[in-house]
Design a binder for this molecule. Structure first.
Ligand code: C2E
Ligand code: MG
Ligand code: MG
Ligand code: MG
Length: 285
């Protein structure tokens, strides 16, 4: 294709590189105003307790709805937000919005653990736990109903910083989940010191689970480690019923993934959850 266009491969490569760079500059300019223009939203993905088949949790996942570009994925803009040092602001926005949503759901009688993601660059945000405490008090939400996800690699890259943040969040009463588990290098010693509540198995170990005995071995090993450290395990990226059944048989506690539901806007999430849980308990007490 490159040759027929009369150019070399390099030219095509350069062009797409330039386009990427132009897009990045544009995104950076637009990101500066995105919070004040109210362009971010949180979507929520349900988390199912395997033993009961009930939805007991949700993960908040950020979405950027730009007036011209439409939805931009967090995989693309979070690294830019981090580089631009806007992550403390965005991280606070995420926490505040999640807490407000939790308050709305609790007012509607929807009792769930609600998790949100935190970037490694927020670990040096010294007053984050303080602000979160005030947000919770203002909204009348118990810290115990909130869960904070930090990735395995962010926790292990800078265990000192991570430990400080984890301690102050746990002191509030929040639970902590280690996200993308298995993709980084974990020190079991740190895992124990962090006293995390949940391990989230990365979806790379789930997507071939049914065919790969190696991945089955890894999942079993993670379940064993978690049990010995008194942690629960959530499997990410479950896309098939057979994967869900397999995980339940292994004793995995919870799962989330497209098989159950994609991340949903708040109202849709509430409808979906009421309907799902309603079907699970035809004879409520
Ligand atoms: P994550 O926290 O590991 O979130 C899981 C990602 O997997 C989400 O992508 C989710 O939509 C996707 N996913 C869920 N189920 C399935 C499935 O069955 N199959 C497949 N293929 N994918 C599935 P998303 O929403 O694009 O988020 C990507 C990453 O961006 C997140 O990974 C997280 O690291 C980061 N992120 C998202 N929201 C926030 C936020 O508010 N703050 C920070 N700091 N990072 C965030
Ligand atoms: Mg996550
Ligand atoms: Mg993950
Ligand atoms: Mg991830």
């Amino acid at each position: 294709v490159a040759k027929r266009r009369g150019g070399s491969c390099y030219q095509v490569f350069d062009q797409s590189c330039q386009q990427d760079y132009a897009r990045q500059l544009y995104l950076e300019t637009e990101l500066r105003h995105a919070i004040s223009r109210d362009e971010f939203e949180l979507f929520y993905q349900p988390q199912l307790e395997l033993a009961t088949n009930r939805i007991i949790g949700a993960e908040a996942l950020i979405r950027w709805r730009h007036p011209v570009m439409g939805l931009v994925s967090p995989g693309e803009f979070i690294p830019l937000v981090e580089e631009m040092e806007l992550i403390h602001n965005l991280g606070s926005w995420v926490a505040e919005e999640a807490v407000r949503q939790q308050a709305r759901w609790q007012a509607e009688g929807l009792q769930l653990r609600l998790g949100f993601n935190m970037s490694a660059r927020q670990f040096n945000d010294t007053y984050f736990a303080n602000r979160l405490e005030r947000m919770l008090a203002a909204a009348g939400v118990a810290a115990e109903s909130m869960d904070i996800e930090i990735t395995e690699s962010s926790a292990m890259d800078n265990p000192g910083n991570a430990m400080g943040m984890v301690k102050s969040l746990k002191a509030l009463g929040c639970s902590i989940a280690i996200d993308d588990f298995g993709t980084g290098y974990s020190s079991l010693e740190y895992m124990q010191k962090f006293a995390v509540d949940y391990i989230k198995i990365d979806r790379v170990f789930i997507c071939n689970l049914l065919n790969s005995t190696a991945d089955q071995g890894i999942v079993k090993a993670i379940l064993g480690i978690a049990a010995s450290m008194d942690m629960k395990v959530i499997a990410e990226g479950v896309e098939q019923k057979e994967e869900m059944d397999f995980l339940r048989d292994l004793g995995c506690h919870e799962m989330q993934g497209f098989y159950l539901s994609k991340p949903l806007p708040a109202e849709e999430f509430a409808c979906f959850t009421h309907q799902h849980n309603g079907q699970q308990s035809p004879l409520p007490a």
